[in-house]
Design a protein around this ligand. Structure first.
Ligand code: FES
Length: 179
């Protein structure tokens, strides 16, 4: 009697990259591949992948049938999109008019001083990326910012530094526990 070789194990496990792509596909599908959903799609891509690299921008341009130049143009126009990998935590401070007149500049200056960095860069230990952006659309919360995607309104330099430090220390504790 001839023996048939066992089938190779079937695995449905997807790589982290495939899982992220799946999330992006969900957003594309939800938007019905409408070209005017570009910003929303780029937001999802950035939140999922951490930054927008060439492959992701090309993928979005193919899926939405938009010229790559258009997609690159939008991704580079808005400060909250990053084409570079970012730090473990990302703080985006709105420097639009409403936030600026209520002290957003002081918030940025204080973070720069406290974490020894400049807006638009990442700290050398890769813990924090600081971005200053145009109006983020929450002017009633001025001065506002986002920290790892969560909106924090009516901030002061002190409250912002405290929130950033808390984020950094809570992720360090998790890292120590799991290591
Ligand atoms: S100016 Fe900051 S949210 Fe509009």
């Amino acid at each position: 009697m001839t023996k048939t070789p066992p089938n190779p194990p079937v695995t449905n496990e997807k790589s982290p990259h495939e899982l992220k792509l799946q999330l992006l596909d969900k957003t594309l599908k939800k938007s019905q591949y409408q070209q005017d959903a570009l910003i929303e799609v780029l937001h999802t891509a950035q939140e999922t992948f951490g930054h927008l690299d060439e492959d992701i921008l090309d993928y979005v341009s193919i899926q939405l049938k938009l010229p790559p130049s258009w997609v690159y143009g939008v991704a580079t126009f808005y400060n909250f999109f990053s084409l570079e990998p970012q730090g473990d935590h990302v703080c985006v401070v709105c420097m639009g008019t409403a936030c600026y007149v209520k002290g957003a500049g002081d918030i940025v200056a204080r973070i720069e001083q406290e974490f020894d960095m400049k807006a638009g860069t990442t700290t050398t230990d890769n813990r924090l990326t600081l971005i200053s952006a145009r109006c983020l659309g929450n002017c009633s919360l001025a001065p506002m910012l986002t920290l790892d995607g969560s909106v924090l309104g009516k901030q002061t330099p002190d409250s912002t530094v405290a929130a950033v430090k808390e984020k950094i220390s809570s992720s360090s504790v998790v890292g120590e526990e799991t290591s």
